[in-house]
Design a protein around this ligand. Structure first.
Ligand SMILES: [Zn+2]
Ligand SMILES: [Zn+2]
Length: 300
């Protein structure tokens, strides 16, 4: 599982940092979380491929989280996309997109399936590779966090070992389930000779934009990595609260209480050019913190 930051600034772009967007790659499938202005250009810049890109999640209706969506949707049609795209967001997103498409007399070449996000915490996507659960956060308007959980894929095939024993790829599935393989001459190939332990399923939590609120702990606890917004530093904690945002120290306190493996900070206010103080304030509470850098990818 890999998180790639396409934009990590708050409402205004500043110092080369774009508004919020990030991808989460699970078994090669790319999920997009939020789509701030310029996201399609950021995807090009950082080599995000549109093959295996089928799910977009929008946390809330502040423009820095979805103003890039009409452009992305339109470009994929112009580039000949035919695979359906699943879009999850607040119910008010759908009529806005419909109006934009209707006003331009645009008929997309692919099916855009819109899934309004339920108020309560709900599993909204369930595929062979992953699940995504949305949950409410506190941001003054309807706003959702998301948890992505990988599914196990059984044992990992060692292709070279399999070929040594003459086991063909069409016989891999029972091996992934842990079964031994019997060759045509009756020889038994032990499972552990040709497979290894599969990857441990990972859990990623995406929490933006939100006040510090412990109501989200049941959903994010035990995550291998938590992305938590940290719009401000401690000096501005009153401003953070008044604007329904969090500080770096609050994000760290949340990661600590959630028993997270790592904390990834983002959604920085445009007032900050240098971000070192975000790491310092957070690390005093939760040492395993990363100040996200646009264009960087983080493996879980
Ligand atoms: Zn925002
Ligand atoms: Zn917001």
């Amino acid at each position: 599982m890999r998180v790639t930051i396409l934009g990590n600034n708050s409402a205004l772009p500043a110092f080369g940092r774009h508004p919020t967007a990030q991808t989460v790659t699970v078994y090669g499938e790319v999920l997009l979380f939020d789509c701030g202005e310029g996201t399609q250009m950021q995807m090009q810049r950082y080599g995000v491929k549109w093959k295996n890109f089928n799910h977009v999640f929008i946390s809330h209706m502040h423009g820095d989280h979805y103003f890039g969506l009409p452009g992305l949707i339109n470009s994929m049609s112009l580039l000949g996309r035919t695979a359906p795209l699943h879009l999850y967001g607040p119910a008010t997103l759908q009529p806005i997109l419909d109006l934009i498409l209707q006003a331009a007399n645009t008929i997309l070449k692919y099916d855009l399936h819109f899934h309004p996000l339920p108020e309560e915490a709900t599993m909204i996507a369930d595929t062979q590779a992953f699940t995504v659960t949305s949950f409410p956060v506190q941001h003054g308007i309807e706003c959702h966090g998301f948890v992505v959980e990988m599914k196990t894929r059984g044992r990992r095939i060692l292709p070279e070992k399999c070929s040594e024993y003459g086991i063909a790829p069409e016989d891999f599935e029972p091996l992934k389930q842990g079964m031994d393989h019997v060759l045509p001459d009756g020889t038994v190939v032990k499972n552990e000779w040709v497979t290894d332990v599969g990857p441990r399923p990972r859990k990623y939590a995406y929490c933006t934009d939100t006040l510090y609120t412990e109501t989200i702990l049941p959903f994010i606890s035990g995550a291998d990595m938590i992305y938590h917004e940290s719009t401000y530093l401690n000096d501005d904690r009153e401003k953070a609260e008044a604007r329904f945002h969090s500080t770096a120290a609050q994000a760290a306190a949340m990661a600590l209480k959630a028993g997270a493996g790592q904390l990834l900070l983002g959604h920085f206010s445009s007032k900050y050019k240098e971000l070192d103080a975000f790491r310092e304030e957070a690390a005093a509470i939760f040492p395993n913190v990363i100040v996200s850098v646009q264009g960087e990818a983080y493996d879980l």
